[in-house]
Design a protein around this ligand. Structure first.
Ligand SMILES: *[C@@H]1O[C@H](CO)[C@@H](O)[C@H](O)[C@H]1NC(C)=O
Length: 305
């Protein structure tokens, strides 16, 4: 093992791997002194116990990197008592807030800062115009239940059409949607349209709302931490808020683009039932001029990008 390690002092692995007894052959040679946990807002505090138990004698420091305004520990929606380190009140004074984001264009970053981060998040980005964010008015799009998940046929067509346009303009893009049934339906539609489909469409969190017919363990349908120049969002819901009441998940969904975001929904929904939600607030902020009619998209006449 010492030969294999070639003098390495850093181990990069998942938390569960770190808790595996087999890692002790490595940690006997390189005692664990510091552990840096990424995505710590998604880790339930009990999950640290194996690591603390195994490395307690050599461990000197634990650093937790995460965002408690994004995804909570898995299962939090069913068991609200599940806590990450960020929910521990005695640790909160030790939080160091990284206050500048470099990913999203300024209009999107500023909106998110105001509504999610108490106006504390600054943006450093060269795109300053509201045209970075477009809403497509998919008239007649209806939410339909698929087992425990939801789809919206019209939005699938709209997403594929926009993907075609972006592909033709050689843009780098991905799609994101709250519901896994919609995610797999979009993937299939992309494939049928002979467009790139692998690792193109993501669900906000891969654990939620799996379709009941096939349960597959997807490699990377998980969007947190993922980004692209352009992000196409399919909202799916048209009558009820559903997933959209969860501000942390919507925050993940709306903060993935580096250059622009195209949101497929309907004006009636975002101005109506969804108007008080984060996504409705974004539509209101971007204003009337950010809306594009679906027919316009169908004609391949898509402004911006
Ligand atoms: C923005 O970031 C760049 C490099 O990442 C830096 O050079 C520049 O000073 C920053 N601008 C502001 C206003 O902070």
């Amino acid at each position: 093992m010492e030969r294999l390690l070639l003098g390495s002092r850093v181990i990069l692995c998942t938390l569960s791997m770190l808790s595996n007894n087999k890692i002790s052959t490595i940690t006997q040679i390189v005692p664990v002194q510091t552990i840096i946990f990424d995505e710590a807002s998604q880790i339930e505090i009990g999950d640290y116990l194996p690591a603390i138990h195994l490395f307690g004698s050599s461990l000197r420091k634990m650093v937790f990197i995460g965002d408690d305004k994004q995804l909570a520990p898995y299962g939090h929606s069913d068991i609200p008592q599940l806590e990450s380190v960020f929910e521990k009140q005695h640790l909160r004074p030790k939080i160091h807030f990284l206050d500048t984001q470099y990913r999203m264009p300024k209009p999107i970053g500023d909106f998110i800062s105001e509504h999610v981060y108490n106006k504390k998040l600054k943006t450093n980005h060269s795109i300053l115009l509201k045209t970075c964010c477009r809403f497509v008015n998919v008239l007649g799009g209806q939410e339909e239940q698929r087992c425990k998940s939801w789809i919206n046929e019209k939005e699938i067509q709209a997403v594929v059409k926009i993907a075609k346009i972006l592909q033709a303009r050689r843009k780098s893009f991905r799609m994101i949607t709250p519901y896994d049934a919609q995610r797999s339906a979009i993937e299939k539609a992309l494939k049928d349209a002979k467009l790139p489909w692998e690792d193109k469409c993501f669900n906000v969190d891969s654990f939620q709302g799996t379709s009941c017919t096939v349960i597959t363990l997807k490699r990377s349908s998980h969007m947190a931490g993922n980004e692209d120049d352009y992000i196409i969002v399919s909202i799916v819901r048209s009558k009820k808020l559903g997933f959209l009441v969860n501000e942390r998940r919507v925050n993940v969904m709306l903060t993935r683009c580096r250059k622009g975001m195209i949101i497929c929904s309907s004006r009636a929904f975002l101005d109506g039932i969804a108007s008080e939600s984060l996504i409705g607030g974004l539509a209101a902020r971007m204003g009337r001029r950010s809306w594009v009619e679906y027919e316009q998209v169908l004609n391949g006449n898509f402004p911006m990008i």
